[in-house]
Design a protein around this ligand. Sequence first.
Ligand code: GLU
Length: 318
Amino acid sequence: MGDAFTTRFAPAPTGYLHLGHVANAIYVWGMARAHGGKVLLRVEDHDRQRCRPEYQTALLEDLEWLGFTPDRPSFAELKQGPSSFRQSDNHAAYESALEVLRARHRVYACECSRKDEAVRAKTGDKADETARSEEGETAGEVPYSGRCRERGLAPGPGRGLRVVLEPGQETFTDLLLGEQRQDPSRQCGDLLLRDRLGNWTYQFAVVVDDLRHGVTAVIRGEDLLASTGRQMRLARMLGADHSPDFAHHPLILKPSGDKLSKANRDTAVRELRASGLSAQEVIGRAAAAVGLIPELRPVEAEEMILPFRLRPGRRHQQ
Ligand code: GLU
């Protein structure tokens, strides 16, 4: 694929499409439209325990009903059979990226569970945690301790794979939020590539896919901002010579201030549709919730045109 503006909409079929996804689709298609770009649709079903075929069917149906049509692949391609845009069909791509990392960097087997690490972190050095949070890094994220780094464990069932991340800043200018600085080794530590159940991780699969699909702009919610530095680093380690542009947009929050989740049935596209709302009314709700329109009104899927540099750090109005 060439260098023309290419972005992607990349839902995980772990639940039904909800208003948060609709807001993301408005930004993705709106920015692509403003820049004469293309939108790819990617099914991020790397987590084999949580993803379900019925959610995948539902998300394709809901997206089609809303009127967000990808340039590639067609809905029919994804419905009919294996596709290079579905992660579970592309094991070989992740295997070969893993080989690239193994050849150039330190990849090691790790048997630590998330639970072990959480316990270790609780009893660990609190002073270090305070220092990290003062640097404005992701609240609540505890970097991997590095416990298995020097253990020389053989890879195998029940063991994950990590790659060593050396200390160092990643800097980028988010198209909506402005200058960002992140040190992935302090945020997450050595990055998990494959988990103990054998799933490729989100961080690894997304980087491999953005590279192989020629993605030039990553447009997603602010909840993924902290992932960006580590994804830039990993892409370079895999041989990328430049990073895509990044835009992290506002999230729709519940009245409590928490982010929406797939468990919130009242914001699921299919529930809203069943309650009699039109596709345009659903899109309007999402657009108003993130401040893209000042008042609630129906919005067509093709309507919004969202040029970059809409004023970093500020909400923007249409
Ligand atoms: N699959 C991710 C999600 O559903 C989005 C990944 C991304 O945009 O980088 O939250």
